[in-house]
Design a protein around this ligand. Structure first.
Ligand SMILES: [Zn+2]
Length: 248
């Protein structure tokens, strides 16, 4: 029985569980992912409609104040027309009055179009908000459930951190640094099982590294089982472990 190897196996297992717990704490849990994406999509639809409604309201106000300004001008010209002293001035003011009247009608049309746009947007917004309500409630419920799970996961992560520190303290420093270097290189697993495999065509069976398929010498298998160090695959350098049946 290889005590150090057993500890390394346990350590990797604890590190993986810790990574998983930390990932779950910082991100959206898988069971909420679909609902979360749907919620985000509906939310941005509503935001876009909201912006369209606001833009229409702004356009309407701009057009309405243009109408008011033009009406003010019109009033002024109508007062002036009574005081003109000759035909030329009269003609000029009539010209101004025509211009200002056409400005009024253009701005009135713009104000009306903007009003229509803002009404359409408001109706769509109301309908969308109504249909969004059910999703929003479901989302709030799941979010509360997720918040409720977090403290448990945080406690679990805390325990795992303690366990990782414990296990690390039990492995000789040089072996630990080999393991850590390999785990940095192979984040999924620094370990590889070695397995007895049939040679194609032949009757002979050979040990192989299951990660890279490289051959493992039989004496190495004995060393994995009975030694106290770590045995690495000659090719991929992963730490070799025996299949569960061979570990006794
Ligand atoms: Zn290998």
């Amino acid at each position: 029985m290889n005590q150090n190897l057993d500890t390394i196996v346990e350590l990797q297992d604890a590190l993986m569980q810790l990574k998983d717990a930390e990932g779950r704490l910082s991100g959206i849990p898988d069971w909420m992912r679909e609902l979360h994406d749907e919620h985000e999509a509906r939310k941005s639809e509503i935001e876009a409609l909201d912006q369209a409604a606001e833009a229409a309201t702004r356009d309407r106000r701009t057009a309405e104040s243009a109408v008011a300004d033009a009406q003010e001008k019109l009033k002024k010209y109508q007062q002036q027309i009574n005081k003109v002293s000759n035909q030329r001035e009269y003609g000029a003011i009539l010209q101004e009055i025509d211009t200002v009247k056409s400005q009024i009608s253009t701005s009135e049309e713009a104000a009306f179009a903007a009003l229509e746009r803002s009404e359409v947007a408001a109706r769509e917004l109301a309908a969308k908000r109504e249909s969004f309500r059910e999703l929003e409630e479901r989302y709030a419920t799941e979010l509360a459930r997720w918040e409720g799970e977090k403290p448990g996961i945080a406690r679990q992560a805390e325990e795992l951190r303690g366990r990782v520190a414990d296990l690390k303290a039990r492995v000789p420093r040089n072996l630990l640094s080999v393991f850590e270097r390999l785990l940095a290189r192979y984040p999924v697993s620094a370990l590889a099982e070695t397995r007895l495999m049939e040679r194609p065509g032949g009757r002979q069976r050979e040990w192989h590294c299951t990660a890279c398929n490289y051959r493992v010498r039989p004496q190495v298998v004995v060393e994995i089982r009975n030694g106290s160090g770590l045995v690495q695959c000659d090719s991929c350098k992963r730490i070799l472990v025996l299949p569960p049946a061979e570990q006794a």
